[in-house]
Design a protein around this ligand. Sequence first.
Ligand code: FES
Length: 62
Amino acid sequence: MYICICNAIRETDLRRAAQVTNGDAEAVYATLGKQPNCGQCLVDAQSILFEEREMNCETVSA
Ligand code: FES
């Protein structure tokens, strides 16, 4: 599923990048060589980043 239509960023790409990049959605987009255009995806992208990092912390601490 695409999270960012403007940049064709898939949810899987975002989750993978979240594991190796700190910062907000814009920072993660930059890691992918992208930058927000319309900005409509940023709230959802930020939620996914938070969720992915939370899951990663639980896995590491378990
Ligand atoms: S949908 Fe991501 S910047 Fe437009």
